[in-house]
Design a protein around this ligand. Structure first.
Ligand SMILES: Cc1cc2nc3c(=O)[nH]c(=O)nc-3n(C[C@H](O)[C@H](O)[C@H](O)COP(=O)(O)OP(=O)(O)OC[C@H]3O[C@@H](n4cnc5c(N)ncnc54)[C@H](O)[C@@H]3O)c2cc1C
Length: 481
């Protein structure tokens, strides 16, 4: 049922200019979607969902007036960055208005190892600007060229750099976020340091991030290296030791099980059929030592390319983290994925999963500095103890059915493999949120009418666009009184 009235359309056209109000066509479709189609489950659930209108404010004041107009009209409102999320995070479930923040992209300052920028600023631009000033992002997703700072905070978890700095919730990587509330008169709330965790990874349900301060790392010059070996266990042992070697400054440690490397078409000529592959980004000064160390273990360096500064392709990162899944799906559309955190017994966990599901799982591993309790959004987000390296990853699955997928998820749970389920659009099911009560409480404060990305925070009792959910919430409340 349409929610957006002609009055609201006219109001937004007058406020933003008709060119910044998208009401039909391919652009409306594109700006209503993200990479939800990675999951056959989400594809079935979300294919027909779209916004009725996309508004593109160019200033924080315009964003404020846009939110105020949408609040007055009582429509569903979904914030959007670059739309590279992959769980339908910015796909509206009930139509309404998508507010695209891509034009709020000013980088205010890079000072004292902190970048302060508007939420729509692209991470790729921030990385370039930071490097010119002698810094680099501490962690960024493999979509860093395109994705936005606000989208990373509200929808991401970590990526390149996390081997040293942990995820976005760790090591005080976020200094502050400034949130605009969804009220008759939207106001700004600044959350500092770990207080910002109550708005982290909440899919735009807890207000609009309009400005973010992120801590940076001193910049390093990197070489992009690939190693290959036919013996999975030997390569795993070497890669794991490389990941844990704190004397090797690095930004990426990734291992792929064959035939995954064959999916990387532009790089396929570097890889031998049947050989598993490891990617490293290491400080250039140690490249020779790393290559020699690998050779001594019988592991060949098959690709070596400096990372240019300022950054210019080729980027090995374009094949890592969730880009691996993209390349795999291009080669074989039956492939889908999981997001996993393995235990200290990771080698046994891999063996057991292969034994139970032969030919159905390909391992793609990413090493990060962290602690299994510090999954995204964790109230325990904090300083990673030195040398605490964990094995995570985004294993590929040959999808057979939703039932089979659920069997694999159940096996992972039984074996102690932590899963951030990418086949659900509910934020509570997509990752561990031990501080969900804080998030719900914050949502009550910033979104009193429950208009922000309704339906995504499953445990939030108020969804004015789902009468059944409203009735259930009212009944639960009555029962509790
Ligand atoms: C190929 C591929 C690789 C990926 N690799 C990684 C990876 O390595 N690490 C990782 O963490 N993620 C990864 N992702 C997921 C995604 O790219 C990142 O999380 C990215 O940072 C999202 O940024 P975005 O600007 O595209 O956000 P969007 O997709 O636009 O938004 C993400 C969520 O945040 C909300 N949102 C966006 N901006 C705001 C704002 N200003 N205020 C409030 N809410 C907002 C949206 O409503 C949505 O719920 C990958 C995805 C793909 C498709």
């Amino acid at each position: 049922m349409p929610t957006v009235s002609d009055t609201l359309r006219n109001e937004l056209r007058a406020l933003l200019g008709p060119e910044n109000v998208i009401e039909s066509g391919d652009s409306l479709e594109t700006l209503s979607k993200d990479f939800y189609w990675y999951s056959p489950v989400l594809k079935r659930q979300l294919d027909d969902k779209r916004a009725e209108l996309v508004a593109r404010p160019g200033t924080i004041e315009q964003a404020r007036q846009t939110i105020a107009a949408c609040f007055k009209a009582g429509v569903p409102i979904v914030p959007r960055g670059a739309g590279t999320g992959n769980y339908g995070q910015c796909v509206p479930l009930y139509g309404g208005v998508v507010i695209d923040l891509a034009r709020l992209d000013r980088i205010h300052s890079v000072e004292g190892g902190v970048v302060r920028a508007e939420a729509g600023a692209r991470l790729g631009t921030i990385e370039t600007v930071a490097r010119l000033a002698g810094w680099e992002l501490r962690c960024m997703p493999s979509t860093w060229v395109k994705s936005s700072l606000g989208g990373f905070f509200c929808g991401g978890s970590g990526g390149i750099g996390s081997i040293t700095w942990g995820g976005i919730n760790a090591n005080d990587n976020v200094k502050s976020v400034t949130v605009m509330t969804c009220e008759a008169e939207p106001k700004l709330i600044r959350l500092e340091e770990r207080d910002s965790l109550k708005a982290l990874h909440t899919y735009g349900t807890t207000g609009f991030m309009v400005e973010i301060e992120m801590r940076l790392a001193p910049k390093l010059d990197y070489d992009q290296l690939a190693f290959s070996a036919s013996d999975w266990d030997a390569l795993l042992a070497w890669t794991d030791a490389a990941a844990r070697n704190s004397a090797w400054p690095k930004r990426l440690v990734t291992q792929f099980q064959w035939p995954t490397p064959s999916y990387f078409k532009p790089l396929a000529k570097y890889f031998k059929s049947g050989e598993h592959v490891t990617f490293l980004l290491v400080e250039r000064a140690i490249t020779e030592a790393v290559v020699a160390h690998a050779a001594a273990a019988g592991i060949a360096c098959v690709y070596r390319q400096p990372l240019s500064d300022p950054p210019k392709p080729p980027f090995l990162t374009d094949y890592t983290w969730n880009h691996t899944t993209l390349w795999a799906m291009k080669s074989d559309p039956t492939i889908t994925y999981l997001q996993a955190g393995f235990g200290a017994n990771f080698a046994e966990q891999f063996k057991e999963l292969h034994r139970r599901f032969p030919g159905e799982i390909l391992f793609h591993l990413e090493w990060v500095a962290g602690n299994p309790k510090m999954m995204r959004g964790s109230a325990e987000g904090g300083v990673v103890p030195a040398g605490n390296i964990v094995v995570g990853g985004i294993p590929l699955l040959f999808f057979k059915s939703e039932e089979r997928l659920n069997e694999i998820l159940a096996a992972c749970a039984e074996l102690g493999v932590g899963i951030a389920n990418p086949h659900t659009f509910y934020l509570e099911e997509g990752g561990r949120h031990p501080n969900i009560a804080d998030k719900r409480a914050f949502k009550t404060e910033v979104d009193p009418r429950g208009l922000l990305n309704p339906g995504k925070m499953k445990s939030y009792p108020h969804n004015p666009f789902d009468p059944a959910a409203e009735r259930a919430a009212a009944a639960a409340l009555a029962a509790a009184v």
